[in-house]
Design a protein around this ligand. Structure first.
Ligand SMILES: *Cc1c(COP(=O)(O)O)cnc(C)c1O
Length: 294
């Protein structure tokens, strides 16, 4: 199969999976070759095509102080000779955390805005102010969650080198999951694991992402909302123990914000007998937090 990014597919073994008579493999986007690793590369792929087509000078985008999307955008822009601007939620704190320090080192210009204004960032007058400062820039929303991100992520399933019944990923904005849904066959099923508390809103968000791209022969898809461990980026000793477990059992590096929750939820579902016997489940390792965890 064509695999320009050399994305490995690793089979995972454990008595849980043998007992449930399922097979689990993991698509290691964290190990792909490319300027940026992980789902953020697929989310940006078609954005960069648009940027080039429309002769934009750079990208302006939004995020929290630990946003992988901010870092990935800075990194990709730097490599492609584009400028990048990050509108960051909250006050500047020095020294910069590793994510923002890395983004800055890649040449990203950082603006800080207070939380109240940040919440209004979708309001057009506020957007216009930024865009007036950076006229020839291409704007992407927080988390990179736009139509281009979804069409880019629809390519991810084509890199699974074996036939599969289920494909699973972690959900923040849901745009990666929406991509998986638009990229699989009607008989396959996509499952998202929400890393946010109160992730029920994601179902409607994902539906809206999918709608313009695929209306017919939609595969079954769903979002599991009970593996958030208290909410986005919340610490928990159970989750830290699971990060360690993945490392020692499968030599699989995961981080607590996204991928550990996804694998934890997936293992739990397998143990509960959620998947029919004989299923092949492809988990997408979406990468993550490169400067923090490398
Ligand atoms: C951003 C990110 C996600 C979430 O992707 P969405 O498209 O926002 O749902 C999942 N995993 C990792 C490692 C990420 O960095």
């Amino acid at each position: 199969m064509r695999n320009p990014f050399h994305i490995p597919y690793q089979l995972l073994y454990h008595p849980w999976f043998a007992d449930a008579q399922v097979q689990l493999g993991v698509l290691r986007l964290d190990q792909m070759e490319g300027i940026v690793r992980g789902n953020k590369w697929f989310k940006l792929l078609h954005v960069f095509e648009d940027v080039q087509k429309n002769e934009k000078r750079g990208i302006i985008t939004y995020g929290g102080a630990y946003s992988n999307h901010i870092y990935a955008t800075a990194m990709a822009c730097n490599h492609l000779g584009l400028k990048s601007v990050g509108i960051i939620r909250g006050e500047e704190t020095l020294p910069l955390n590793p994510v923002l320090a890395a983004a800055k080192a890649q040449g990203m210009y950082l603006h800080y805005i207070n939380r109240a204004t940040y919440r209004q960032k979708h309001v057009s007058e506020i957007k216009e102010q930024w865009l007036a400062l950076y006229p020839d820039f291409y704007e992407i929303p927080e988390g990179g969650a736009n139509h281009q991100a979804v069409t880019g992520c629809s390519l991810i399933p084509t890199y699974v080198p074996v036939p599969f019944d289920y494909i699973v990923c972690a959900c923040g904005t849901g745009s990666t999951l929406a991509g998986l849904i638009t990229g699989i066959a009607p008989a396959q099923t996509a499952i998202g694991i929400s890393v946010l508390k109160g992730g029920d809103f994601l179902r409607e968000a994902v539906r809206q992402f999918v709608l313009p791209i695929r209306q017919e022969n939609l595969p079954v898809w769903e979002i599991q909302t009970s593996y958030h461990f208290g909410g986005y980026a919340k610490q928990s000793s159970e989750l830290s123990a699971f990060v360690q477990f993945c490392k020692t059992t499968w030599n699989l590096p995961v981080e607590p914000v996204y991928t550990a929750k996804m694998f934890f939820g997936l293992c739990d579902l397998i143990r509960k007998g959620y998947f029919p016997k004989g299923s092949h489940i492809a988990a997408v390792h979406t990468g993550g937090l490169v400067p923090l965890y490398d």
